[in-house]
Design a protein around this ligand. Structure first.
Ligand code: FAD
Length: 448
């Protein structure tokens, strides 16, 4: 009889994993705490849309699923930067033809559930994992009306997100489980720019819009219905902050002053600001991720990260991709397979957590600095001329799935050190395009 696999959590990663596991012929049951989102209006506590990029796409393509996702994806070819003085600057993300995709979280999740079911996975909704009997690998779920049911599994995947109940069960019952959660001093709030009177977009749809304002920022991603979902990343305390903006007048004046063009497109900004929730941003690191041949953490339950590189889901999809390649390598030896899975993925999870935190600084502050824009121009030039030798950090993370996150972190630190040295030259603004500068960079690059 084939292995019985239980996946806790029918979010993005759990639903994709159900397809992978069914393709291997395992019996797959997915238990989700919420009701079936396909039958109800989707009310997310988290972002309404997300950026899907090459690592996530590679996992979807491997299963031939991308054809079902592409129709709901809007390509974003670069950053449209809305400066404080009202000017706009466009920064392409990578080389021509490289882009990321704005995808509705709800539509993507529903499609992945459909695909899981089409493959033969059984989804059980309104089943909240509350405890696990590790001696028998028996999972206990609470259903509506406090009813309890239990199920046995050969292999349990915890895909129940950043605040994973399954991970907590592991932590409570296993000695030396390491767990760290850290919050940044910034939270986020989502706001909507409506479609125009003709139903079309009121800003360029094929870009990710950013309003960088040093200590805070607003971003906006397009939706297929002509709207944009904006996210305000803002300090919890201080001035200005979620705490300091209290009255209608303070809110209206703040947006009119600092995000003038966006505020002009949101006549109901005050109501939205007061009605929509403020949420916090957590990084979770833990270890180990696996238990012998019977349990593994995957997706946010293993590595929740802040969203500034747009990689949380992509990283979770890559977990599934790597797991699948290890199934080719190890066959039914799940002890060896899960060991190698955590050996490979733990350093990569830690690396993308660090890269994501670093990118916050870049997005909210540095992209508005003319010197930083020049640095990016130099890097793009070197990348275009020597594509195998210099790949900008953003491209390594976003468009180069063959480069591991942990390698991208090391490479990006090295490249940034070279760039910092270069940008300190007093003549850089006039000499940046010269052969001398190009040779200097290449020399530094080859000096190990
Ligand atoms: C503001 C914001 C913007 C983001 N933008 C991006 C982006 O642009 N690109 C990107 O790649 N990532 C982005 N992310 C990250 C992305 O949302 C997560 O990495 C992704 O959702 C992780 O998927 P998951 O399936 O592991 O967890 P989740 O999506 O959290 O799914 C977990 C599922 O488990 C269920 N569950 C929880 N507890 C239980 C329980 N006890 N029993 C049963 N079921 C349970 C939940 O109901 C949920 O359905 C963003 C995150 C935030 C907060």
């Amino acid at each position: 009889m084939s292995k019985r696999v239980v996946i806790v959590g029918a979010g993005l990663v759990g639903s994709l994993l159900s397809v992978y596991m069914r393709r291997r012929g395992y019996q797959v049951d997915v238990y989700e705490r919420r009701g079936d989102m396909r039958l109800q209006q989707y009310t997310a506590g988290r972002s309404i849309n997300l950026a899907l990029s090459d690592r996530g796409i590679r996992a979807l393509e491997e299963l031939g699923l991308m054809e079902r996702i592409r129709p709901i994806a809007i390509p974003m070819h670069g950053r449209q930067i809305h400066q404080a003085d009202g000017k706009e600057v466009y920064q392409p993300y990578g080389m021509s033809g490289q882009f990321i995709n704005s995808v509705s979280r709800g539509e993507l999740n529903k499609t992945l559930m459909d695909l899981g079911e089409e493959e033969g996975a059984h989804f059980h909704f309104q089943h909240r994992c509350v405890s696990i009997d590790w001696s028998a690998n028996r999972i206990h779920f609470e259903m509506e009306g406090d009813k309890m049911i239990s199920t046995d599994a050969d292999l349990i995947f915890a895909a129940d997100g950043a605040f994973s109940a399954t991970r907590l069960q592991y932590q409570l019952h296993h000695d030396r489980f390491q767990y760290q959660q850290s919050y940044i001093d910034f939270g986020y709030k989502e706001l909507t720019i409506p479609a125009g009177a003709d139903g079309g977009f009121q800003m360029e749809p094929n870009a990710l819009h950013i309003w960088p304002r040093k200590n805070y920022m607003l971003i906006a991603l397009p939706n297929p219905d002509g709207t944009f979902t904006c996210t305000l990343f803002f300090p919890f305390e201080g001035d200005p902050s979620f705490e300091s903006l209290q009255t209608d007048e303070q809110i209206r004046t703040f947006f009119d002053t600092h995000f003038t063009d966006a505020a002009g497109l949101m006549p109901d900004i005050v109501t939205q600001y007061k009605t929509n929730p403020t949420s916090s941003l957590v990084t979770v690191k833990c270890y180990p991720w696996v238990k012998k041949d019977s349990f593994a953490l995957i997706g946010d339950s293993a590595h929740a990260i802040v969203p500034f590189f747009g990689q949380g889901m992509n990283c979770g999809f890559e977990d599934c991709f790597v797991l699948n390649s290890l199934m080719d390598k190890h066959g039914e030896d799940w002890t060896a397979l899960l060991q190698e899975y955590q050996q490979l993925r733990k350093p990569d999870g830690d690396a993308i957590a660090e890269l994501a935190l670093n990118n916050f600084l870049e997005m909210r502050d540095r992209v508005a600095d003319p010197k930083f824009l020049l640095q990016k121009k130099i890097e793009s030039k070197i990348h275009a001329r020597y594509p195998d030798q210099w790949v900008p950090a953003y491209s390594q993370v976003t468009f180069s799935p063959h480069i591991r996150y942990s390698e991208a972190l090391v490479n990006s630190m090295r490249q940034e050190a070279i760039m910092q040295q270069l940008m300190a030259r007093p003549d850089i603004e006039t000499s940046w395009d010269s052969p001398e500068i190009e040779n200097w960079i290449l020399e530094k690059l080859h000096k190990r």
